[in-house]
Design a protein. Structure first.
Length: 285
């Protein structure tokens, strides 16, 4: 496989240019297995994009692949681009939109006919361009002038909400200016910057009812929540839970996509076999 490198700095400046490395051929039939690019796309305040947003991949030759943002795709994922690839077996092209060898492409986001260049948050590009493989690329809109992976607009809102005497240059995703151990990246993903420092990102056991623990946490609109449990703080496994809401189903669910902002309580049923977890962690996507 040909491999090319790309500059993370360029992506942070809003170019979001990536490079596919495929075999050096320009023919197309039969098609190779497509490559899937997926992830979470967020606005400049950390809110996952909704259904009015479209992710657009465009190559230098004009080939385009699009995907409608779907907030209910799966936990932590709201877009999925299925990119057609050439196999290079025959000379007759099966699809003009199939990506050719080492073709650079740009990812854009359109919202209500307005186009935005995202800055890229995280991504492992070791499999990028390989037929049948997948690459996760999480995107967010906005500017990132200090190059720390977080949008300036969100950082300014955080500074104003908390009354911190710091500049953008002094912030990075792993810092915890509040001194509570919660990083800025965690606050950004959780959407809790507008709440009292440290209290928005929290999981508590509210009570125990007939041996069933009831957990409580702040649910923020657009975020997807899962819970994992452990008996030894080493091995963590997903657990199902039942949101205690008037319109919630009686069956336990593996995750909860919040449609508003509320203090949510969930019941974690005791497993039919084996011991229940002694410890719980909340995962936010």
């Amino acid at each position: 496989m040909n491999t090319r490198t790309h500059s993370a700095g360029l992506i942070r400046c809003g170019l979001a240019s990536l490079l596919l490395g495929l075999a050096s051929v320009a023919t197309a039939f039969p098609p190779a297995l497509p490559h899937t690019i997926y992830g979470m796309a967020r606005d400049e305040y950390g809110n996952p994009l909704r259904t009015n947003a479209i992710i657009v991949l465009t190559t230098s030759s004009g080939a385009t692949v699009t995907a409608q943002v779907d907030p209910e795709d799966e936990p932590g994922v709201n877009y999925r681009l299925v990119v057609p690839l050439d196999s290079g077996v025959k000379s007759d092209a099966y699809k003009t939109g199939a990506l050719q060898t080492s073709v650079p492409f740009r990812i854009r986001v359109t919202i209500n006919n307005a186009t935005f260049l995202p800055l890229e948050m995280t991504g492992d590009y070791s499999l990028l361009g390989q037929p049948g493989k997948q690459t996760r690329i999480d995107l967010t809109l906005g500017e990132d002038t200090n190059g720390n992976g977080l949008p300036d607009a969100w950082e300014r809102a955080m500074i104003a909400a908390r009354g911190w005497n710091v500049s953008l240059a002094g912030l990075n995703g792993n810092s915890s200016p509040g001194g509570n151990g919660v990083t800025l990246l965690q606050e950004y993903v959780a959407g809790t910057y507008g709440f009292e420092d440290g209290n928005g990102l929290n999981l508590a056991i509210a009570r125990v009812e007939a041996g069933t623990p009831v957990l409580e946490f702040l649910a923020v609109r657009g975020r997807n929540y899962t819970i994992v449990g452990s008996s030894d703080l080493k091995l963590w496994t997903p657990v199902s839970f039942r949101p205690l809401l008037p319109d919630a189903a009686a069956e336990a669910v593996p995750n909860y996509l919040s449609t508003d902002v509320r203090l949510l309580q969930v019941a974690v049923p005791v497993p039919a076999t084996g011991k229940p977890p002694l410890f719980y962690k909340l995962q936010i996507q």
